[in-house]
Design a protein around this ligand. Sequence first.
Ligand code: SF4
Length: 307
Amino acid sequence: MHKPEYYDSFSCSAGSCPDTCCRAGWLIPLDSETFDLYRTVDADISENTFTDPDGDRVFRLRPDRSCPYLNPDGLCALYIKTGGRLCEICSKYPRFFEEYDGFTETGLSVSCPTAAALILTRSDNPYRDLKRDAPDELLGFLCRARERVFEMIYSDTDPDAALQKLVFYGAELQELIDYGELGLLSEADFSGALEPVANLSEARRFILENTEILSEKWRELLKSGCKAPCGSPSERRNYLAYLVYRYFLKAVNTEDVFTECRFIGLLYRLAASLCGNYAEAVKLVSREIEHDSENIEALLGYLSQTE
Ligand code: SF4
């Protein structure tokens, strides 16, 4: 299992959390083993869950979209009643796992404010010791390319410029993939004519009209935004690297690294344009987009049509 350097430092803030995930508005699937356990300690568990259209048993949210078991102290009533048992999804959160041919990567999601604080405050590259090669030719190519991207991001003082270099590099890599010339990776570089990431106003409109929106705050920020980019250069650099860690290798499934780079660029630019509090902005982008596979699919489709 490969992980960034900050991974093992995470510890849930529980009742002290400034914005608990139990209020994120997500429909959390409850695995059957934990459901059976919860039935022994809570008579209302059947009433407080329902089967969603995918056939999963999920928690029925309160009108304010919080979990029915979130207690006034910001703690999980079921966790307390069972002496420390959470369902599978809740026990893993905010960790995410990506399975690749021959290895697994895990990380922390910036949708959790405690994890975001760990990620955004890094002063150096926490992604140094990741997989550098793989038996699959395309995956090995992407691993080596990503390593160069991390080095570039952490050696460039301007993360906005680093983003443009990333997108340009993504276009160069895409040509090598399309022409079956993976052996020429060292010839791809970061300098050249800048590739546009996306028209931000149009992208916001697309998100408003075509994705599921959980919170009114997100809707309002998408409509208004702010004029000056938010976040310090260091925070933006760490967020860019987080996005690269989370999405760059996914191109092994689509053979479309250019669209992945533009997707990374879109999330980066959205967060920088939302509001004065950068940690709040990246949390919202993550909760509303990253944690909804249909929203991600919609945005990837949008980007591939607007090249
Ligand atoms: S958002 Fe993060 S720190 Fe807060 S309760 Fe959830 S896992 Fe814990």
